[in-house]
Design a protein around this ligand. Structure first.
Ligand code: RAM
Length: 346
């Protein structure tokens, strides 16, 4: 588990109080002079998400592009269409051959991509993990979107909010079984469920939709069939939660089986308005990409090395200090519900 350093909220109850204010954080940034903070030589950063064609990663890419234009660097996003480590490896190898200055990667499988990332680092390329951490030793800095403990606890708290009387069967619809971020959150959920206040909740199943819409829908249907008394599905994946919402509506289970987790507001707005989903969470994904690009720039320029204790400023976001396992934390996430969802557009 990554140790957070700054700007995180660990209490799920506190998260619920973080309201729309965070939405505007950073997005109205004044443009910087193009050369401000720019690394020596051409700054050329490639983002490699778990998979392309996922709106979540497209939003992060927008933040990366914004930072690139502020810094006078170049930006590109490349990646596979399926979220596996094996499919990410050839992209890492290609980017290494191209001698990009930095690779920002969300690990679909931390161990599968570690050898190729280590080879990239040996070739002088900086590696920034974002969203889902690569293995230790295979990156320079990992940009965590929010405190891992806080995300896991909040997922349990939302399940408790949604289950009548905070009691009954719950199931997790995850992304891929190898994803660092998903597994870290699920581990925190399992620990949190041991607490007395959640003793009425019974985690009966964890299934994997691989961040693929069809597979996620099949897995959601499988949960409904296997667990006729299911109270809540928790889907900590932006793809899976939208797929599960569709299944609940299509099968007439919306309202009787509750759904919560992590997702993008635009993909879930309709489901919040018709009460298929009452609340879910996410962080400022554009800022995640923006911060990631700035970290890449600072590594390339030598302003930071990734060592714990180093601190630095990022325009509009503030000051960050690198913590254990060379990790920084973007900031607190946002809880979305019918009262605030119209204020967000991503
Ligand atoms: C999916 C991916 C990503 C996760 C989000 C919430 O897009 O699994 O890694 O952070 O959901």
């Amino acid at each position: 588990m990554e140790l957070e350093v700054t700007r995180s909220l660990t209490s799920p109850r506190l998260w619920h109080r973080v309201l729309a204010a965070t939405a505007s954080l950073g997005l109205a940034a004044a443009a910087l002079a193009p050369s401000a903070g720019m690394a020596q030589g051409a700054l050329n950063v490639a983002f490699l998400p778990k998979a392309v064609n996922n709106p979540y990663f497209d939003t992060a890419a927008r933040g990366g592009q914004k930072a690139a234009s502020e810094l006078g660097g170049s930006f590109k996003q490349v990646g596979p269409s399926e979220a596996t480590g094996a499919a990410q490896v050839p992209f890492i190898q290609d980017l290494t051959t191209q001698k990009v200055s930095a690779i920002a990667v969300s690990a679909a499988d931390p161990d599968a991509i570690a050898p190729s990332l280590r080879a990239a680092r040996s070739a002088g390329i900086k590696v920034v993990g974002y969203d889902s951490s690569p293995a230790e030793g295979a990156y320079d800095v990992f940009v965590n979107q929010a405190d891992t403990q806080g995300i896991g606890e909040s997922l349990v708290q939302m399940a408790c909010d949604e289950a009548p009387g905070c009691a009954g069967e719950i199931a997790i619809l995850s992304a891929t079984s190898t994803a660092t971020n998903q597994n870290a959150w699920i581990a925190v959920m399992q620990q949190t469920l041991q607490q007395a206040q959640y003793s009425g909740l019974n985690l009966v199943d964890t299934v994997y939709g691989n961040d693929d819409d069809q597979t996620s829908q099949q897995q959601a249907q499988g949960l409904l069939q296997a667990h006729p008394s299911l109270a809540v599905i928790v889907a900590p994946t932006s793809v899976g939660i939208a797929s599960a919402a569709k299944v609940l509506e299509d099968t007439g289970n919306a309202g009787s089986v509750q759904l919560t987790g992590l997702g993008t507001p635009n993909s879930l707005k309709a489901y919040v308005k018709d009460a298929t989903i009452k609340e879910f969470a996410l962080w400022n994904v554009e800022n995640l990409g923006y911060l990631t690009y700035y970290v890449a720039n600072k590594l390339v320029s030598g302003e930071i090395t990734g060592a714990p204790g180093e601190s630095f400023d990022v325009p509009t976001l503030g000051n960050y200090t690198i913590g254990e396992k060379s990790t920084i934390v973007l900031g607190p996430p946002q809880v979305f519900n019918a009262d605030n969802i119209d204020q967000f557009n991503f």
